[in-house]
Design a protein around this ligand. Sequence first.
Ligand code: LCS
Length: 398
Amino acid sequence: MSKMNLKNVSFDTLCVHGSGGYDPATGAVGIPIYQSSTFAFKNAKHGADIFTGEQEGYVYTRIGNPTQAAFEKEMAFLEGGEAALAFGSGMAAISTVVLSLCKSGDHIVSSNALYGGTHSLFVHTLPKWGITVSEIDQVDPANFEKAITPATKMIYIETPANPTLVLADIREVAKIARKHQLPVVIDNTFSTPYFQRPLQLGADIVVHSATKYIGGHGDTVAGVVIGKKEFIDVLRGEFLRDLGGIISPLNAWLLVRGLKTLAVRMRRHEQNALQVAKFLQFHPKVETVFYPGLSTHPQHDIAKKQMSGFGGMVSFVLKGGRKAGEKLMNSVQVFTLAVSLGDVDSLIEHPASMTHSTYSPEDLITVGIDEGLVRLSVGIEDANDLIQDLTQALKGIN
Ligand code: LCS
């Protein structure tokens, strides 16, 4: 019960209609929140057939739910993948993917530029299960190949990375991975499929913290994985079933609603971020600005090659270092001092002491998270108000 041939429409239209346009069971145009843990079978044979896979149908919300399904269908469309699977958080999505691909004795090659939670999973938690991770500098694709061992089972990348906005050349890393028959997993949280579609660039699996731009309104924690149907079927049927990191129907519904405005939100985030980045770049109290859309970003050429836009995240270091950054964070009025990102509201935070406090002081230096680095998630307010807010806050610092 789909309204149109969705193969021939633009991305903006897919955002609105990708989940099918209306609920297949009732015709409801707003997808209903199927707030039910279990689903009645017509008779005993029907139930048994669904369990063996001979008939399609819903059983239990840990294994599938129509509101989750609407979100998953939409995400698969937008990322250009065969199938998707929703999770209760980005970390549930990432950890479940890792545990589905690796067992004790296996090895992962990962970029060292990661969200602090992913870094902690890789260096603190996975080794307890005998899985080791080599974190390397993703700027040079050759570093991935150098770190591969006979025990390597996957390559993991975040691009652009949180919070340094360092990129990896997805095509080049995918070539190396294919040579070694390894799957490449990309965290596409910062770009969303609106600006970057890793599966088209050669990646095998895409993960998201859907908490961020996918939901877009700062009211949901969620994750999603997109990939080949065969992989997603195993992920759902074995690993989600057994590990249980599911999304609630209410949160899946908030994401379906969020996706309808993804295109317009992302365009506005980007326009605002570019203006804020340019303002900061020429401010006398600012040492360095990191934004892939600036021609001064060392990987601007890669950004132009693999992204259709540069997103809403901007980081910068003040000449006055951490003290100046703290004063700035305490002085802003339109920006909110809070972690998370991708909300319609502009947010400001200090990675070294907050989102990336799982990194050791030495690792913070290695990955370029300066003590003075301040991260902005630029929202969809009027850019002039954001710049005015930063102007007044910058006035008060040395
Ligand atoms: N991947 C990226 C790139 C992230 O930024 C985050 C969370 C995650 C995965 C994990 O997703 P979650 O489980 O939180 O849905 N990033 C956060 C941040 O920068 N501030 O607070 C959370």
